[in-house]
Design a protein around this ligand. Structure first.
Ligand SMILES: Cc1cc2nc3c(=O)[nH]c(=O)nc-3n(C[C@H](O)[C@H](O)[C@H](O)COP(=O)(O)O)c2cc1C
Length: 193
């Protein structure tokens, strides 16, 4: 499968950086065609401009500044998100990617005023993420990144698409052993992807 891996972390030597490399390596070993998109390394600009907002609903104009990213998304048959949880959301660079690339006519269509999913060519999705908070604190905060993945992202892709949300919580206290095990679990998830 052609797998687009979207990664958002500014530090290559971080734990999330290690997860990203493991994800890409194991997907490639399993025979997938991996499109590795490290948003920081590629210098992705997450800021939706005034003109982009004005053209947001114009299908002939709205992809003008992000066409290469739109092509990559439309070629993908599977999607993996790799990012830490920041302020109970995703890093701004990834949020900005969604704002600028998940456009009307691309990730969704508006039909009779209602949003209809448009990433039907994507039949597998995985999110691999880490939290500073423990599961209870994340739950009490409503766990917005998990809800986004499970309710919004999942809705945009092929109905019944395989979906995984793999999260390591409590990163501020987690042992080396638990980190190692999580890295293995992320790799195993990609082996079976
Ligand atoms: C800017 C920033 C905001 C953060 N906000 C949260 C948060 O709202 N909830 C949470 O669980 N962890 C939060 N954290 C902790 C990160 O999730 C944690 O540092 C990360 O998962 C560790 O992975 P890393 O070593 O690869 O950076 C935050 C960290 C940073 C740097």
């Amino acid at each position: 499968m052609r797998v687009l891996v979207l990664h958002a972390h500014p530090v290559a030597e971080s734990f999330n950086g290690a997860l990203y490399r493991e994800i890409c390596t194991r997907l490639a070993k399993a025979g997938h065609d991996v499109d590795a998109c490290d948003l920081y390394a590629e210098g992705f600009d997450p800021v939706l401009t005034r003109q982009e907002r004005l053209d947001y609903h114009a299908p002939d104009k709205n992809t003008a500044n992000v066409d290469a990213h739109v092509q990559r998304l439309m070629r993908a048959e599977a999607l993996v998100l790799s990012h830490p949880v920041w302020n109970f959301g995703m890093p701004a660079i990834l949020k900005g990617y969604l704002d600028r690339v998940f456009l009307p006519g691309i990730s969704f269509k508006i039909v009779d005023g209602k949003v209809r999913p448009n990433l039907r060519h994507i039949s597998k999705v995985a999110v691999v993420t880490t939290y500073g908070a423990d599961p209870l604190r994340a739950f009490l905060a409503g766990d917005p990144p998990k809800r986004f993945a499970k309710r919004t992202l999942r809705y945009l892709v092929k109905p019944g698409a395989a979906f995984s949300y793999l999260a390591l919580y409590d990163m501020n206290r987690v042992s080396e052993e638990k980190r190692r095990r999580f890295l293995s679990r992320a790799g195993e998830l990609m082996d079976r992807f």
